[in-house]
Design a protein around this ligand. Sequence first.
Ligand SMILES: NC(=O)c1ccc[n+]([C@@H]2O[C@H](COP(=O)([O-])OP(=O)(O)OC[C@H]3O[C@@H](n4cnc5c(N)ncnc54)[C@H](OP(=O)(O)O)[C@@H]3O)[C@@H](O)[C@H]2O)c1
Length: 289
Amino acid sequence: MTPRRWWIVGPGRLGAAWARLLLEEDPDAQLDLSGRRPQPPPTLPPSHRWRYRTSRSWPAPPPEAVLLTVPDRAIVEVAAALAEGLPAAVAVLHCAGALGVEALAPLAARGASVGVLHPLAAVVGDPDALRGAYFTLEATGSAAAAANHLVRLAGGRLLPLVTHRRGLYHAAATLAAAGAATVVARAAAALVQTGAPATDARRALVHLARTALDALTERSPAAALTGPAVRGDTRTVAAHLAQLSPSERRLYCLLTREALALLAEAGLATSAHAEVGALLETACECDST
Ligand SMILES: NC(=O)c1ccc[n+]([C@@H]2O[C@H](COP(=O)([O-])OP(=O)(O)OC[C@H]3O[C@@H](n4cnc5c(N)ncnc54)[C@H](OP(=O)(O)O)[C@@H]3O)[C@@H](O)[C@H]2O)c1
């Protein structure tokens, strides 16, 4: 059955994004939000369909589904606290990609249907970041029904997850999100040294990175990659290495070697690529001595 009454505990970045999505996409949704701050999240539209409290006691009437969107480190403690006064037939979901359903054990022990719904989206400032995202789900029964409803509202898709590989799954997600953002932030810092103002440098490279990532959506890595190393242009790669600082060069070498490895895995490595690889090897050795 689709839940109508939701309780969002911890309406921070993700909790507020779920609240907004429910209000915008499900006209029947009624929301209770419990946070620690005196004021509700500023991103929610005024509506009689939600109310905000600083109390963590179970709302009345009781919710049919709970979204626990507190930080990972608080999930076990908050779940244990919520086990007191648990209403009958409630579904509880947390959204931490690094943790399984066992984090909600005290609730499951008292009869709640529990699950994990993890969005593969970076929800920082964009309230629409959940729309069109992929999600992974570990749940059965009414927790699975509640989660599937949320995925449908987001226009999202489910990605299968073998739950005993959750650590690897979350490492891959972290590499794609924080890893990609870190590379662009480091590249933008280098660009600033060429005269670009910091904000423009970041915007320019985010656009460039987005177009490069878009190319990867429908193509294999080997077909999507661009740049002098991929073209086997040793002279240009040497010029880059000469201009970068030691720490920038380490990052450049690491990523460029991975790009060459992707080409090799696709059976596209040439002697020019081998020459670029040798150049990178020498540069890395110089920086590590
Ligand atoms: N943001 C994302 O991109 C994203 C993506 C996928 C999954 N997730 C998962 O979503 C969950 C929430 O992440 P978030 O980024 O939304 O975090 P967040 O922005 O820091 O929000 C956390 C919320 O929980 C509250 N909170 C913190 N400690 C608490 C405690 N001990 N007891 C009760 N409430 C507490 C915070 O209140 P205060 O504001 O008062 O600190 C805030 O309302 C995490 O499990 C995370 O792994 C997040």
